[in-house]
Design a protein around this ligand. Structure first.
Ligand code: NAP
Length: 304
C-alpha cells in the first residue's frame, strides 16, 4: 500500500482491509520462510459442524489464506446431527495433536450443542480465535495470550492508517464477548489509551453518544444503524456488522451518508472481514511460537 490513501467522494480515507490482509499474508509468509527448511510446519485446524453455507465459505477462505501464508491446515467437518460427544472428541484429538498449532471451532454451533463445553476443550495456547474462557481471562489480566481476531483486526486497521487512539474517545456499539467487549478492553489498554464507551441496545440516545467520539465502531449487526448524524466531522468509523439483506451484505454503517462526514471509514465488504482472517493467521503463527514449535518473535507492543 502507498502512503497516499484512497479516499471516498466525500474525502474520507478508505481503510482498506483487503489490502492490509494481503500485506499481512505476505509478511507472515516471509517470516515463515525466513525460518528455513527443517522447521516444523505451522498448522491451523478448523472444526465446522453442519452445512451452513456462509460458515463453509468463511472456513474455505481461512484455509486458502493459510496456504498463501505458507501454513498447512486441517479441516474436520461434522454433520449437523453430530452429537456433543462427537464434536468434543474431534476437538480433543486436535488439542492432543502436536502437529496442530491453532484450533478454530467455527461458531455458531448448531443449537443442540453446548458451545461453551466445546470451547473449554481448546487449550489456551492453541485458541487462535481467542474466545475461550482462558483466553478471555488472559486478555482481562493483560497476560500473553491470543486476542480475538475481529477486535485485533480493528486495532491493526487503526494502526495501519495512523489513527490516533491515545486520549481519544471511542464508542464501541455492541457488547458481545466475540467482538464488542474484547474490543472495548483492548482500546482502553495501556499503549492504546482510548477513553471507551461500550454502547448496546439499551443505550439512550445512541446518536448523541457516538457524536462525542473520535472513533466509532459498529458491532451491533443492525443494517445501516450508523448514519451521518451519529458522526462527529473527521471521526474514524469502523464497520464490523454484517447483515444479510435482499440487496446483499450490508454493514452497521450507512456508508453513503457517513463517508461525507467521517475522516476515515472502512468499506463493507473489504474492511474488517478480511482483517479477521489476517489476524487468525497472525495468531496461528504466534501459537506455533508459544507451543515451542518455532523461535519466539520479538514481543508485540503491549495489547496488540
Ligand atoms: P451479537 O452477539 O448479536 O451482539 C450484538 C450486540 O449489539 C449486542 O451487544 C446488542 O446489545 C447490540 N445491539 C443490538 N441492536 C442494537 C441497537 N439497535 N443499538 C445498539 N446496540 C445494539 O453479535 P456479535 O457476535 O457481537 O456480532 C456483531 C456483528 O458483527 C454481527 O453483524 C456479526 O455478523 C458481525 N461480525 C463481523 C465480523 C467481521 O469479521 N467483520 C466478525 C464477527 C462478527 P444487547 O447486548 O443490549 O443485546
Amino acid at each position: 500500500m502507498t502512503t497516499e490513501f484512497d479516499r471516498t467522494p466525500g474525502g474520507a480515507i478508505i481503510m482498506n482491509g483487503n489490502a492490509l490482509r494481503d500485506e499481512t499474508v505476505i509478511r507472515l509468509r516471509s517470516e515463515i520462510q525466513a525460518m528455513g527448511l527443517g522447521m516444523p510446519t505451522v498448522c491451523l485446524a478448523t472444526v465446522l459442524v453442519g452445512d451452513d453455507k456462509p460458515s463453509q465459505i468463511y472456513v474455505r477462505m481461512k484455509h486458502k489464506k493459510a496456504a498463501e501464508a505458507g501454513m498447512t491446515s486441517k479441516h474436520v467437518g461434522l454433520p449437523p446431527t453430530a452429537t456433543q460427544a462427537e464434536v468434543e472428541d474431534a476437538v480433543r484429538a486436535l488439542a492432543a495433536d502436536p502437529t496442530v498449532h491453532g484450533i478454530l471451532v467455527q461458531i455458531p454451533l448448531p443449537a443442540h450443542l453446548n458451545t461453551e463445553a466445546v470451547l473449554d476443550l481448546v487449550p489456551a495456547d492453541k485458541d487462535v480465535d481467542g474466545l475461550t474462557e482462558a483466553s478471555m481471562g488472559r486478555l482481562m489480566r493483560g497476560r500473553p495470550g491470543h486476542v480475538p481476531c475481529t477486535p485485533k483486526g480493528v486495532l491493526r486497521l487503526l494502526e495501519r492508517y495512523s489513527i490516533a487512539t491515545a486520549g481519544m474517545r471511542a464508542v464501541v456499539i455492541g457488547r458481545s464477548s466475540l467482538v464488542g467487549l474484547p474490543l472495548a478492553v483492548l482500546l482502553a489498554r495501556k499503549g492504546i489509551d482510548a477513553t471507551v464507551t461500550l454502547a448496546h441496545s439499551r443505550t439512550n440516545d445512541l446518536a448523541a453518544v457516538c457524536r462525542e467520539a473520535d472513533i466509532v465502531v459498529g458491532a451491533a449487526g443492525i443494517a445501516g444503524l450508523i448514519t451521518a448524524e451519529f458522526v462527529k466531522p473527521g471521526a474514524t468509523v469502523i464497520d464490523v456488522g454484517v447483515s444479510r439483506t435482499e440487496s446483499g451484505i450490508v454493514g452497521d454503517v450507512d456508508f453513503d451518508s457517513v463517508q461525507s462526514v467521517a475522516g476515515a471509514i472502512t468499506p463493507m465488504p473489504g474492511g474488517t472481514g478480511p482483517m479477521t482472517i489476517a489476524c487468525l493467521l497472525e495468531n496461528t503463527l504466534e501459537a506455533a511460537r508459544m507451543l515451542g514449535a518455532l523461535p519466539l518473535a520479538t514481543a508485540l507492543p503491549e495489547g496488540r
